[in-house]
Design a protein around this ligand. Structure first.
Ligand code: FEO
Ligand code: CA
Ligand code: CA
Ligand code: CA
Length: 585
């Protein structure tokens, strides 16, 4: 391995025990406070939350469902010297079975137009000001900045090479540049200039219907699994029915950029970053000033990408930074057995990306990013989730959550296990910290799962305790000291709750996991985001209580309220150290 390029300290905290019960647990010496819950007010006039009688109108004024990505944008302290920040939180999807009464028993027939509108209103994102009062972070419910972004009511502009493409035009928008809403916003990112990136992930599930026979979008839609019909929206709204609006799915699967400091900002769908099931969009400034955005396409056998801007970041210059994401080069990764990553440019007119293969423009290459990656020979991965650069070390961490469909014949160096139920983490080493490089190196940091069961094929540092290993890495965060933290979605398959683990990347402890936080039953752990001092850690508990067969009437837990009439509520938790100091020591 190359020499460590920064002094990364080890973690110092007593880990918690693996396990699973109705509530959350955090390491001793820390407190974990519920900061904001589904249904909590974002505005002075937000209706009081009444889950049994929820309406779309109320939901549009309340914190949304299934919080996933958390961004943290610091603001100047207020006149009383209190710390302030904006939290930017994605609401990925709805667990409608436990969210709304009476749905589970009769789904999908029981779904109505009104219930679908509640689902749409609960998707999207929230921007919420938070303030530290007497040592405790609290939402500010009448802040100028607070905003709800939804799947149906928030007008967005399409920008970059695919804007206005005939393939993005619909009855509602014959120009192909205006879209109402964003959905399936999984992870995301905060750019160096402080904007909020929302990654559109499993949009295929929101479409119903059948394309007209021999439709030119047939192959494209098939490659993205459109339509998957997980939601019933297409029964009541033509735009989600591909037999009526065959181009509508091409308007999703993008990275959406939002200025969280302007509640009236029109979000931009940045098509230069490609169209796929974007898990996230974490970015870093390269040594020459260009900005690099990493993104995984979360599907079995799909790819890892990076986007390199054409222009250079200029701190404080909004005129330059504001549209940096509209021009640049999108690359897809090929992981070679010799430890090299070849970043293959997706540029119209080069290699196989030509008319012969059905690409008439860069817009076509971007709309069909997956097919372009197929033709370039990118490496099919075990479900790429969060991909996060570490600016201190020039390394990049790729969460590969699992892939139970990989056969022995499909095993390769970067995806070394057949029927990979527990996932692994790859470390990419960018040469001399040059994140723009077209050639990098890679190695596997850990193979997840229980190291005491030989057939699992796990690989951990032997210093890892029985509580320190985990399965199905999904999100990750780099703390201000440069240390890696990993959260899981699917650890329950290995018999214990999802949660957050610290993971050593340096020295003789490299590859050692340590358990820090545990979710309540049924939940996955999302978010992880540190504030700029590392003294506050924001965690998203997503779909608590959504256990097998759970219903509104009988959820797996009633976390965090534990009131008989209150369903479980996805919530953001803030962790601080008792007596102060950085999280993790
Ligand atoms: Fe929404 Fe890839 O997890
Ligand atoms: Ca995820
Ligand atoms: Ca992350
Ligand atoms: Ca996931």
């Amino acid at each position: 391995r190359e020499a460590v390029s920064a002094d990364i300290p080890a973690f110092r905290f007593d880990e918690i025990a693996r396990g699973m019960d109705e509530t959350h647990h955090v390491a001793e010496g820390y407190r974990a406070d519920v900061l904001i819950r589904w249904g909590d007010p974002l505005f002075a006039d937000s209706p009081v939350f009444d889950p049994a009688n929820q309406t779309a109108e109320a939901q549009r004024r309340q914190f949304g469902y299934n919080n996933d990505f958390i961004g943290y944008v610091p603001l100047e302290a207020d006149s009383e010297g209190r710390e302030r920040a904006l939290l930017c939180v994605n609401h990925e999807y709805t667990s409608t079975n436990i969210m709304l009464p009476g749905v589970a028993a009769g789904y999908p027939a029981s779904m109505t137009r009104e219930l679908c509108e509640i689902e749409m209103a609960a998707h999207g994102g929230s921007v919420v000001e938070i303030r530290k009062e007497d040592g405790v972070w609290k939402p500010v419910t009448d802040s100028y900045y607070n905003r709800r972004i939804t799947a149906d009511t928030t007008k967005m502009r399409v920008s970059g090479p695919a804007a206005g493409s005939p393939r993005l035009q619909t009855t509602e928008d014959p120009t192909g540049v205006v879209v109402s809403g964003t959905m399936n916003n999984c992870a995301g990112g905060i750019t160096p200039w402080g904007t909020y990136l929302m990654a559109e992930e499993n949009f295929n599930g929101n479409f119903l219907g059948e394309l007209p026979e021999n439709h030119p979008e047939a192959e494209n839609h098939k490659r993205y699994g459109v339509p998957s019909g997980w939601y019933q929206w297409g029964r009541f709204f033509d735009r989600y029915d591909v037999s009526k609006e065959p181009n509508e799915p091409n308007r999703f699967g993008w990275i959406v950029e939002v200025d969280p400091t302007d509640p009236n900002h029109v979000p931009r769908k940045r098509t230069a970053l490609g169209r796929f099931k974007h898990e996230g969009a974490e970015s870093v400034v390269a040594p020459d000033g260009r900005v690099v955005v990493y993104s995984g396409d979360d599907q079995r056998f799909d790819y890892v990408y990076k986007f390199v801007t054409k222009g250079k970041f200029e701190p404080g210059n909004w005129t330059v930074n504001g549209d940096l994401l509209d021009e640049g080069t999108l690359y897809v990764a090929r992981f070679d057995a010799d430890g090299t990553v070849a970043w293959l440019p997706l540029v119209y007119g080069t290699g196989p990306l030509t008319e012969e293969n059905g690409f008439a423009s860069q817009a076509d290459v971007l709309i069909e990013t997956r097919r372009a990656g197929d033709l370039l020979g990118a490496t099919p991965m075990d479900r790429p989730e969060d991909v996060e650069p570490n600016a201190k070390t020039g390394r990049v961490y790729v969460m590969l959550t699992n892939n139970d469909r990989r056969t022995e014949a499909q095993v390769d160096a970067a995806n070394p296990r057949a029927s990979n139920r527990f996932g692994h983490i790859i470390e990419i080493i960018e040469p001399e910290g040059d994140f723009t490089s077209e050639t990098s190196r890679w190695e596997i940091l850990v193979r997840c799962g229980d190291p005491s069961i030989a057939p699992v094929g796990a690989l951990w540092n032997p210093l890892t305790t029985d509580n320190g290993w985990f399965a199905s890495p999904d999100n990750c965060a780099i703390d201000p000291q440069g240390r890696l933290w990993v959260s899981t979605d699917g650890n329950e398959d290995s018999g214990a709750a999802d949660g957050l683990w610290a993971l050593e990347t340096e020295g003789e402890r490299r590859g050692t996991g340590r358990h820090f936080f545990r979710c309540p039953v049924g939940a996955e752990m999302c978010g992880p985001r540190f504030n700029e001092t590392g003294e506050a850690l924001f965690l998203a508990v997503q779909h608590p209580g959504d256990t097998d067969g759970a219903t509104y009437e009988a959820p797996g837990t009633r976390w965090p309220d534990f009131q008989p009439a209150m369903p479980p509520r996805p919530s953001v938790v803030v962790v601080t150290k008792q007596g102060g100091g950085p999280i993790g020591g």
